[in-house]
Ligand binder design. Structure first.
Ligand code: HEM
Length: 473
């Protein structure tokens, strides 16, 4: 294996308070070097942070091809070509990259996020039904109650308390999704067991499956070290117990696990055994909390650095909700809060890379795609492409206000096509509601001299977390 090399990434950021312009931090353009040494350096950099390997030309709206140790990689950054990959030829590109499959297989098995073929086709309707927008109202109460609990906890910490916004948001969204998936009676210790197990697991899997670039089409399995096994066991044993309780008729009958089990009991042909139920429950848990936590963390950062927008957010919450806590029914009226979340998702898409493996040879734009090639759609690049988004590095929520909408396939934080995130409405509503509930009572401040650096682990997160102070309003 190649050694994990410490990377030295430069970041660009600027702010002009007088003109009310904020360019939040992003990696400077990558300067490639030729030859084998250049390829090794690139892999080292990609392992450290996938967001920092892009040259200025990669941000242009086009299809491009490159090679790493003989493996073809196709960068698809043009809206029509993206439509081709995710919608028109979904059959050829539905398969996740070996990197993604290998990284998650010990934890979520054949869970929807990494399955394909018949397994994906039979399970997708089931999972998307369960997290679908029609079900969001059923979980609205869990969302607002949990956000209010966080507000009460922050209140007790006192004026100016120092916390880490990333861990705060991870705890909040994990609690919401855990109550939604497993039911209200999971208990704090068990919930922590799952969250900590997931975190430990993620810290142990690599960003790059080197074996794939060295010629193994399926990549190489992630080595199951004792620590990795322990992390997996922490997660699985809690979920298995929840499922067994539900099977014995003892679980919370409004939870997503209960819905999964009832579907299986009504349609035995689905063939969901305990392991399959666990895989889907773990998938929804994983897909449903990291992403929202990342979104909210970046939203706090952006509001802290752009107080002129924060003031308007406060005014909107006061106008819509007065003194009472925001509820799910308020979300459609919280237009600016929603625009802040959507703009956050443009600048810091929690899933910054959608990687697929071509099943068969094909042609995308001018590029001849080889069987087994790695096809990369990179929302991080697409959302910052200068020909698709004006002043792409600037934080400007008004892009999403009123009738203004990005053109199709130029803004895809939830992916697009048949693999579109089924939790889109859940995640959007949850983010807006949590932001409004906490912003109604607190200003969240990132110290002016704090350097915040976005890096990509499975999601885009601030390196070293996001220390903030909390100020009562
Ligand atoms: C801001 C929040 C969220 C964002 C940005 C987000 C983004 C995404 C993206 C980009 C994908 C596709 C990944 C790929 O194709 O490689 C995805 C898939 C998925 N998401 Fe989300 N997600 C969010 C919240 C949620 C929530 C709250 C849930 C569940 C309640 C959820 C459940 C799923 C599932 C099950 C998949 C796999 C779908 C499939 O492969 O067919 N997501 N999400």
């Amino acid at each position: 294996m190649l050694a994990r090399r410490p990377s030295k990434t430069e970041f660009v950021e600027s702010r002009d308070l007088r003109r009310r312009l904020l360019e939040p931090p992003h990696a400077a353009y990558y300067q490639p070097r030729p030859g084998l040494a250049g390829a090794v350096r690139l892999i080292g950099q990609a392992r450290a942070d996938f967001l920092s390997i892009w040259r200025e030309s990669d941000y242009a709206a086009k299809v491009d091809e490159m090679r790493l140790f003989g493996r073809q990689m196709v960068l698809v950054n043009d809206p029509d070509a993206i439509r081709h990959v995710v919608a028109k030829r979904h059959d050829n590109y539905e398969r996740k990259s070996p990197q993604m499959r290998r990284a998650l297989e010990h934890l979520i098995g054949d869970g929807l996020f990494i399955s394909d073929g018949e397994t994906w086709r039979s399970r997708r309707p089931l999972v998307s039904d369960i997290v679908h927008k029609n079900r969001v109202p059923a979980f609205g109460d869990v969302m607002s109650r949990t956000a209010q609990e966080t507000a009460a906890r922050w209140d007790a910490l006192g004026e100016g308390a120092e916390v880490n916004a990333l861990s705060e948001m991870a705890a909040l969204t994990a609690e919401i999704i855990s109550r939604a998936v497993f039911g209200n009676d999971l208990g704090q210790d068990q919930a922590n067991e799952v969250t900590e197990g997931f975190t430990a697991y993620q810290s142990m899997v690599d960003q790059i499956n080197v074996g794939y670039f060295l010629g193994f089409d399926e990549g190489l399995p992630v080595f199951r070290t004792p620590a990795l096994r322990r992390a997996v066991k922490r997660v699985h044993s809690v979920i298995d117990r929840v499922i067994e309780d539900h099977l014995a008729g003892e679980g919370d009958d409004r939870s997503m696990v209960d819905l999964l089990i009832r579907r299986q009991q009504r349609n035995p042909e689905l063939g969901l055994d305990v392991v399959a139920l666990r895989n889907e429950a773990a998938t929804i848990f994983m897909a449903g909390h990291e992403t929202t936590a990342s979104t909210l963390t970046w939203a706090w950062y952006l509001l802290s650095r752009a107080p002129w927008i924060e003031a308007r957010v406060h005014a909107e919450i006061a106008e819509v909700c007065g003194d009472r806590p925001p509820a799910l029914a308020d979300v459609p009226k919280l237009e600016l809060c929603r625009a802040v979340i959507e703009e956050t998702l443009r600048l810091y898409p929690p899933v910054p890379i959608l990687a697929r493996q071509a099943k068969a040879a094909d042609r995308i734009g001018e590029v001849e795609v080889e069987k087994g090639a790695l096809v990369l759609i990179v929302p991080w690049l697409l959302h910052r492409s200068p020909s698709l988004h004006k002043d792409p590095h600037l934080f400007r929520p008004r892009r999403f206000m009123g009738d203004a909408r990005p053109a199709p396939y130029t803004y895809i934080p939830f992916a697009a096509g048949p693999r579109l995130c089924p939790g889109l409405q859940f995640g959007l509503n949850e983010s807006v509601l949590c932001l409004a509930t906490l912003a109604q009572r607190f200003r969240v401040r990132v110290a002016e001299d704090r350097r915040v650096e976005p890096v990509c682990r499975l999601t885009v997160r601030p390196k070293g977390g996001m220390p903030v102070t909390l100020h009562k309003r």
